[in-house]
Design a protein around this ligand. Structure first.
Ligand SMILES: Cc1cc2nc3c(=O)[nH]c(=O)nc-3n(C[C@H](O)[C@H](O)[C@H](O)COP(=O)(O)OP(=O)(O)OC[C@H]3O[C@@H](n4cnc5c(N)ncnc54)[C@H](O)[C@@H]3O)c2cc1C
Length: 411
């Protein structure tokens, strides 16, 4: 039996970070138990963009095969003017990304991703225990003890905190280090595409009833305007239109970070925007509202036998669609770092060394995109000139994208 065969690992949280880490570590022979506070696997009804850097990991743990049939593959992403809809910058994806990065770009329903991860976890013999909320843990030189609300005391060699933005593990490792409200809120919703307005031909007739053949352009669309932006893309073979509408707001006073939103307030906020945006909001009947929080990663991500991954460690703004991608990369690098070192602590050190610059980079890019997308007046003109420059020098844009999508942590 190798050293790793005898190692017992507890992962707190069966979200994207926890389930991916369970699968990566199981491949290296560890005994894994996942503890989840919820009564069952759950995810919000929303989409998620999976970029090539995330797909490399999902390929390596045989999850992308399970997901592929349910994923949509956008051909391009366009950043558009909020009023006219004129593309300010367009980047080809699809085959272009496959050639450049060795993996594509997918849109999935989050529930489909969680289902693919959990089915793979079950087949790999990973125990997922529900209704198990971690309330405390304690480390000794040889073991870490985990206490659950239901009264269980479980010991392990390593504890992984994948328990999201309000992480109990992080608040023990780093008391007072909570995430900050970023001054942005996001409405999210899903609309059946058949309820969107159809294109009209010159005679005023519908051009066809083909699913998804509506006014919203193909691919990922990001309309940018003063203090706001609006993202829309299709899901589940284009049967659903997923949207995220972001608006700047001075404060978030709610206790929850997610609430049911008021659809009329959302429609009013975007009433002067391009017609596809308004079509989507007209067809939308239900929306949820998020306060967007982030926090730079702490100086130390681990102690001797406890480590943080995903949002528990480094929640970032979703303006480069890289939060889950960072969690997925973390999971793979953690497993490989533990494989490469003889002690757990040395493996955790290596993990942090490999990850901290990468995560800091994405934290900064996501923050910069907020300013870029929401610019007004002279700043918006400067942004549009910058985008025009990127259209003229596509190599410069590719260089920037390579810094995000060009990393394959499985190599
Ligand atoms: C509007 C929006 C859009 C986004 N779009 C994208 C995108 O397109 N692409 C992308 O890569 N990222 C995106 N993200 C970011 C992404 O959603 C997150 O980074 C990702 O979901 C984090 O996963 P996680 O597993 O670390 O945390 P979570 O998903 O929060 O999972 C944590 C889990 O831990 C459990 N838990 C918590 N506390 C305890 C406890 N004490 N005991 C037991 N269990 C516990 C929770 O119940 C939960 O299941 C977006 C985020 C937002 C807000």
């Amino acid at each position: 039996m190798s050293k790793s065969d005898s190692q017992k690992i507890i992962i707190v949280g069966a979200g994207i970070a926890g389930l991916t880490a369970a699968l990566c570590l199981r491949q290296t022979g560890r005994d894994i138990t996942v503890l989840e506070q919820a009564p069952a696997l759950q995810d919000i009804g929303a989409g998620i963009q999976l970029s090539p850097n995330a797909l490399h990991v999902l390929n390596a743990i045989n999850v992308s095969d399970r997901l592929e049939a349910k994923a949509d593959t956008p051909t391009e992403v366009s950043i558009r003017d909020f009023k006219s809809g004129t593309p300010l910058l367009t980047q080809k994806m699809g085959a272009t990304f496959n050639r450049r990065y060795g993996a594509g770009y997918w849109h999935c329903h989050r529930a489909d991703l969680i289902e693919a991860l959990s089915n793979a976890a079950q087949e790999a013999g990973i125990d997922i225990l529900f209704n198990e909320k971690i309330v405390a843990y304690e480390e000794t030189p040889d073991t870490v003890f985990v206490k659950t609300q239901s009264g269980k005391n479980i010991s392990a060699d390593l504890l992984i905190g994948a328990d999201g933005i309000s992480s109990t593990i992080r608040s023990t490792l780093h008391p007072n280090n909570t995430a900050d409200f970023t001054g942005q809120i996001a409405w999210r919703g899903l609309v059946p595409t058949e309820q969107l307005k159809m294109h009209l031909n010159k005679q005023g007739h519908k051009r066809g009833h083909k699913r998804g053949h509506n006014q919203v352009p193909e691919g990922v669309n990001v309309w940018v305007g003063p203090g706001k932006h609006f993202v829309a893309y299709r899901l589940r073979q284009a049967s659903l239109m997923n949207f995220i509408a972001v608006e700047e707001r001075a404060a978030w006073t709610e206790e929850n970070w997610m609430l049911e939103g008021d659809i009329n307030k959302l429609r009013t906020a975007f009433s002067a925007w391009d017609s596809p945006v308004q079509d989507i909001l007209e067809a939308c009947t239900e929306t949820y509202l998020w306060g967007l929080f982030d926090r730079p990663a702490p100086k130390t991500w681990h102690s001797s036998r406890t480590v943080l991954i995903g949002d528990a460690c480094h929640p970032i703004l979703p303006f480069m669609a890289q939060g889950a991608a960072m969690a997925i990369e973390d999971a793979y690098v953690l497993a490989s770092s533990l494989e490469n070192k003889t002690s757990i602590e040395a493996g955790l050190n290596l993990f942090q060394q490999k990850r901290q610059n990468r995560v800091k980079n994405l934290y900064d890019i996501s923050r910069r995109n907020a300013a870029l997308y929401h610019a007004s007046g002279i700043k918006a003109a400067a942004r549009n000139t910058l985008f025009a420059g990127a259209r003229m020098f596509p190599k410069a844009l590719s260089y920037l994208l390579d810094r995000v999508y060009g990393l394959n942590v499985t190599e």
